[in-house]
Design a protein around this ligand. Structure first.
Ligand SMILES: Cc1cc2nc3c(=O)[nH]c(=O)nc-3n(C[C@H](O)[C@H](O)[C@H](O)COP(=O)(O)O)c2cc1C
Length: 200
């Protein structure tokens, strides 16, 4: 059966957009109907303009649809791809999450399947913490959390984060580890578990 997957990402300089696109490709191949949704930028234009990479990515992704509460309601499962901000999710993503109180109160977020990915400048700069901090909220939602674990050897090759695939970026914003296969495995696994949840 076809399940509905929403991939929510926030990205200043493109890394998490790329992770989201790899996840999209794999989820579609696994038979999901997929929406990729950009979490709304909240930083002032002046701040964005001061960082050429941020400005370039902001302009290049202007046409990507923004995440709406309706996407949370629509999807059977979610993948979040968000960069580390001091070991936590970006404020933009927290703001989006915090608008979901109404859906939460109506019980509409219960049993949504959730998986998360991240990036950070440093391998030990908070990648695991960021994903776990996001998952903390998901427990409040009654979500079914699906990490990659070590369900496929590709996780080891990508740095071995069982909570969610994570990647380091160098000073120029390039990904250090090759995580494409691991991201695709995580997305496929999320779709497969979502199918099991939806069909009971
Ligand atoms: C305000 C801020 C806080 C950050 N905090 C961390 C951090 O705690 N650890 C780390 O390794 N990198 C940190 N970074 C680097 C970002 O995680 C990195 O730029 C991001 O993962 C790149 O993803 P993107 O290209 O999708 O924006 C921080 C960056 C900013 C702007």
């Amino acid at each position: 059966m076809e399940v509905k997957l929403a991939i929510f990402y926030y990205s200043s300089t493109g890394t998490n957009y790329q992770l989201a696109q790899w996840a999209e490709a794999a989820a579609k191949e696994a038979g999901a109907e997929v929406r990729v949704r950009k979490v709304k930028e909240l930083a002032p234009e002046e701040a964005i303009a001061q960082n050429p990479a941020w400005h370039q990515h902001y302009q290049a992704t202007k046409d990507v649809p923004e995440a709406e509460l309706e996407d949370l309601e629509w999807a059977d499962g979610y993948i979040f791809s968000v960069p580390t901000r001091f070991g936590n999710v970006p404020a933009q993503v927290k703001q989006f999450i915090d608008t979901a109180g109404g859906l939460w109160a109506e019980g509409k977020l219960v049993d949504k399947v959730v998986s998360a990915m991240t990036s950070a400048q440093n391998p030990h700069g908070g990648q695991e913490a960021t994903i776990l901090n996001l998952y903390t909220t998901m427990f409040h939602w009654g979500s079914i959390i699906v990490g990659p674990g070590y369900t496929d050897p590709v996780t080891f090759a990508a740095g071995g984060n069982p909570y969610g695939i994570s990647v380091s970026v160098d000073q120029d914003g390039n990904m250090v580890e090759d995580v494409e296969a691991a991201v695709k495995h995580q997305a496929k696994r999320t779709v497969e578990v979502t199918k099991k949840i939806v069909t009971g």
